[in-house]
Design a protein around this ligand. Sequence first.
Ligand code: ADP
Ligand code: MG
Length: 250
Amino acid sequence: MLEISGLHKSFGSTRVLGGVDLSVRRGGVTCVIGPSGSGKSTLLRCVNHLEKVDAGRVEVDGELIGYRESGGRLHELGDRAVARQRAQIGMVFQDFNLFGHLTVLQNLVEAPIGVLGLSRKDAEDRARDKLRRVGLAERENAYPRQLSGGQQQRIAIARALAMEPKLLLFDEPTSALDPELVGEVLAVLRDLAAAGHTMLVVTHEIGFAREAADEVVFLDGGEVLESGPPGQLLDRPREARTREFLEHVL
Ligand code: ADP
Ligand code: MG
């Protein structure tokens, strides 16, 4: 479902990604771990073309993201075409990014109506279905500030689901939460994984990665230092750098 190859990205003279290859099979869950500054967020932002890549390709379900190919050359897509591609890629951020002036239900129907062209009735039905999914059906009229951080993040997940994307990206979805609220968000992620959603999850929650991922990727200095099934990468890493990192987060 997701195929990243040879991805390079620099900001000025700072090389942030130095040739990343990574894939997520349909229905698969890949977790990305790695030290702060290793390029994890940049990698996710390149997937939905929030950052323009310097070299390499991102394909979602066989479709090249951000560019169209003709005559062996790449031409950057216009805003509307990129928006259409992004609609198929859900993204959940560390700090929720809900619209504070809108109710929960309004947060969930905005993009399905505005981007997908759903009727209000269909968008609301869909939104309520996704709210049930994250266990917050009864809070549709609340404003984000009236909810706990864990609830806000579950709403942000429901909002991503309301677009029924092919791929879900999560950037440290529990890092901004008080420790007692992490569990409820991880429970939603586990549920989505079990239901067959294709997910790329940047996380420091090693326990979650061990249970839910079919592949774990260790990113270090903008490169995939090693990757493999969780039982191998987390318990028997090949690289000293991976071991050292795991000792710090465990
Ligand atoms: P991570 O998510 O793994 O902590 P990031 O992808 O956020 O890493 O950042 C990797 C590196 O890229 C950092 O050194 C950061 O300062 C730099 N960086 C990220 N975004 C920008 C930007 N828009 N402009 C300049 N440097 C950036
Ligand atoms: Mg980050």
